[in-house]
Design a protein around this ligand. Structure first.
Ligand SMILES: [Mn+2]
Length: 351
């Protein structure tokens, strides 16, 4: 058996301990709790939110799940997604004011759309639990650890405190969303922050009812034919630059029309750019009617978030995003090539 009390006294977790303890205390004192997360929620966002939701049910809390946008279809299998409401002023009016708001997996107010402004106006206490870099979101209690694999990992730590390490409290309703959170934010347990602790947590989650094959099947094997054809288009157009170290997949809007694909169909496409041997920076550039969206991935110490920063975006060291308006697709691609040069070797990298 894993001794979690011992693991969380390790130096890397020590600074988090008092914060997590305070968060557990504030949750215990609250009665009506809103849990929210970022726009275009991913597995870590929804998984963290739902795991918290089911855990807080056990303490008799009234929880409200307010999201800036609908739950993506591939995550709707998770238990509790039917209780998530897309936030609007009507939704806010229907419910008495919360006495605590938890922001999960989000680091900037803009990613919460209007929810952040609404909560500010309520003046109710807030807790942030997140692992993004470049935090600009403010909260009364901030648990922000960019070294964590996922927000789900931090939620696990919080649940240990709430349950006072009595893991028999963890059931499938908690374990399955949390498993989805860790699986997706580690790219299926492949990204650099996938460490022994991540595997110890998922082992517990499996012991408590999460089914890895089922969750993976629901999340990863759900492509529509339109999406597969759009991916084919993107793969065919993928091009490398800077001696094969930069790979760009650019999708013109016309490709979406041709295959009747939707903007959200590009989810996961950027990962293909890094699968090319020798590539250290991979970029997906998507042309939409209103804007051009970019996703950046990098290996090692190359800062994807700094490359994204050249377009006003941001994110993690190895995964970031940006969006621009009023640009032509080819001009964005050209600028990606120019900006990336500073972070790549002048010659082919020999390994
Ligand atoms: Mn995350």
């Amino acid at each position: 058996m894993v001794n979690w009390e011992k693991i969380y006294t390790l130096p890397e977790y020590a600074p988090l301990q008092p914060l997590i303890q305070q968060a557990a205390l504030r949750i215990q004192q609250a009665q009506r709790i809103v849990i929210t997360t970022h726009l275009s929620a991913d597995g870590d966002a929804i998984g963290s939110q739902l795991a918290l939701y089911w855990a807080l049910q056990k303490f008799g809390k009234q929880c409200l799940l307010w999201n800036p946008s609908p739950v993506p279809p591939a995550l709707q299998f998770l238990p509790g997604t039917d209780r998530i409401q897309v936030f609007s002023s009507e939704v806010a009016q229907q419910t008495p004011s919360p006495d605590l708001v938890i922001f999960a997996d989000v680091s900037t107010p803009t990613r919460l759309a209007g929810i952040y402004e609404y909560v500010q106006q309520l003046r109710c206490p807030t807790i942030l639990i997140d692992h993004h870099t470049n935090r600009s979101l403010e909260a009364d209690l901030i648990i922000s650890d960019p070294d964590a694999s996922s927000t789900g990992e931090l939620v696990w730590l919080l649940l240990l405190h709430l349950f006072q390490y009595r893991l028999e409290q963890v059931d499938r309703l908690i374990a399955e969303p949390l498993y989805a959170a860790l699986m997706t934010d580690t790219g299926g347990f492949r990204f650099p922050r996938t460490d022994a602790i991540v595997h110890r947590i998922v082992a517990e989650l499996i012991d408590h009812g999460a089914d890895p094959a089922y969750v993976a099947e629901q999340i990863y094997n759900q492509m529509s034919v339109a999406k597969v054809r759009l991916l084919g288009e993107g793969l065919s157009a993928m091009t490398t630059y800077h001696h094969g170290q930069l790979c760009i997949m650019a999708l013109p809007y016309q490709a979406f029309q041709q295959h009747q694909a939707q903007p959200e169909d590009t989810e996961g496409f950027v990962e293909y750019t890094l699968m090319v041997k020798g590539v250290r920076v991979g970029v997906l550039v998507v042309e939409l009617p209103e804007m051009i969206k970019m996703s950046f991935r990098s290996k090692g110490t190359i800062p994807a978030n700094k490359i994204a920063g050249a377009f006003g975006g941001g994110g993690h060291l190895n995964a970031a995003g940006a969006r621009v308006k009023g640009w032509k697709l080819r001009d964005v691609v050209q600028k990606v090539i120019e900006v990336s040069a500073a972070y790549l070797a002048d010659e082919p990298v020999v390994r």
